[in-house]
Design a protein around this ligand. Structure first.
Ligand code: GN1
Ligand code: MG
Length: 406
């Protein structure tokens, strides 16, 4: 220690300090350059892509939209017109052409169907090769659409009245596509909402524990053991054919509906990537999971995370009003079960991904998937406490089918 105070050591330390400082500054400059180069590359990429779509004008501006966990999405302004450019995650969607094929089939069906829907569905632009996607030289899978002006999405619900029209929009979407032959849809992610297989996979990952991360989640893992049988109920009823497989959206987060920025009426249903044969209870349940909880999906303060019954009721009224008439008795009976089951399922997917080293969901902070899993688990347990009331309310709402404004 004392040696530090003799002049030689002092000079040495000063020199070292200056050298280090220079190195740090140099590194910062290089980083800055890399960031700049990265941006120029992206701009060039967007220029190249837009040319393939015959879009006139220059790329004036772009920014990333980070609310999705899977695909990479950009808002791009070209010659004053607004577009969305999206790079599809091919780790998650192994066959992205099949995804785009499903979207195309559903789009054609909805456009030509006699049952008119309350709002539009997302529509991708077609390139010079008449395809609704483009594979770049680097093998990236891109798709483009027009940004819907004067619309908004919400991450957290602020006004329960808006929920009723969102519920109506998702219910209406299911009703309109209900006549589409489900077996024509490509299975883009096998066993996507097979909760039994999801939990088997979860316990396999816990057992392997390749990143030594399972210990921190010991309590959460026990909770999955406790609720495992309950979570398999819908899968069992599907296997025994008590519940029908229909074409469903499979990702009915509230932010997957564009709303008019003034009236908050639904304008467009987004994100049809996981449209596949599935259960109506999962679509209903996933929407409740996201919308009927005042906290964010990754909230760390678990005291804020709970099912909000007023929100639940508003969404259910809208949803039942639109789809209620086409449901079987068993579907009505099991609709509310979808909420805790899909929430447990997602909690297990987040926790499995955390333990597996964060390979699937994009993470933006340390332990992000662990936080998400804890939040969803807390929410699922809060739903279990009110499950009987939820089932009863669904029954009442379907029985008194009451379309919006009617
Ligand atoms: C993923 O990123 P996004 O919103 O498209 C996931 C859904 C989850 C959701 C949770 C293909 O959806 O299943 O419910 O995150 N999509 C896929 O926010 O796994
Ligand atoms: Mg999605």
């Amino acid at each position: 220690m004392l040696a530090c105070f003799n002049t030689g050591a002092y000079n040495y330390n000063i020199k070292l300090f200056i050298k280090l400082r220079k190195a740090i500054i140099k590194r910062l400059i290089i980083r800055e350059k890399l960031v700049m180069i990265g941006k120029v590359d992206l701009k060039e990429k967007f220029e190249g892509l837009k040319n393939l779509y015959g879009i006139m004008g220059e790329v004036d501006e772009y920014r990333q939209i980070t609310n999705g966990h899977i695909n990479e999405t950009y808002y791009v302004l070209i010659g004053g017109k607004q577009y969305i450019f999206q790079k599809v995650n091919t780790y998650v969607f192994k066959n992205p052409v099949a995804v785009m094929d499903n979207i195309m089939m559903i789009d054609n069906f909805v456009k030509n169907n006699q049952k008119k829907s309350v709002c539009k569905i997302i529509n991708f632009l077609v390139n010079s090769e008449y395809k609704n996607y483009t594979v770049t030289q680097e093998g990236e899978f891109w798709r483009l659409c027009i940004f819907e002006a004067d619309t908004v999405t919400f991450e957290v619900v602020e006004d329960p009245a808006i929920l009723r029209s969102s519920g109506y929009a998702f219910g209406d979407f299911l009703n309109v596509i209900s006549d589409f032959p489900a077996d024509r849809l490509n299975i883009t992610i096998p066993d996507f909402h097979d909760t039994k297989k999801r939990l088997e996979n979860f316990f396999r990952i816990v057992e392997l524990d390749e990143n030594n991360r399972a210990a921190i989640a010991r309590d959460e893992i026990k909770a999955f053991e406790k609720y495992r049988d309950f979570c398999c109920k819908l899968t069992d009823m599907t296997e025994s054919r008590e519940l029908p497989l229909r074409p469903v959206h499979n990702d009915t987060k509230y932010n997957n509906i564009l709303l008019n920025k003034d009236s908050f009426e639904p304008v467009c249903v987004l994100d049809l990537d996981t449209i596949m044969p599935g259960l109506v209870a999962h679509d209903f349940g996933d929407a409740i999971r996201f919308a009927a909880n005042k906290a964010a999906e990754d909230e760390r303060d678990l005291s804020k995370v709970n099912i909000d019954f007023d929100y639940f009721k508003e969404f259910t009224r809208g949803f039942a009003g639109a789809v209620g008439g086409s449901l079987t008795g068993k579907e009505i009976e099991t609709l509310a079960l979808g909420a805790p089951i899909i929430t447990f399922e997602l909690a297990s997917r987040f926790l499995a991904d955390y333990i597996d080293g964060d390979k699937y969901f994009a993470v933006h902070r340390e332990n992000h998937n662990l936080d998400r899993a804890r939040c969803q688990l807390k929410l699922a347990v809060s739903m279990m406490d009110r499950l009987d009331e939820m089932c009863e309310f669904v029954r009442e709402s379907v029985n008194s089918i009451n379309p919006i404004g009617g």
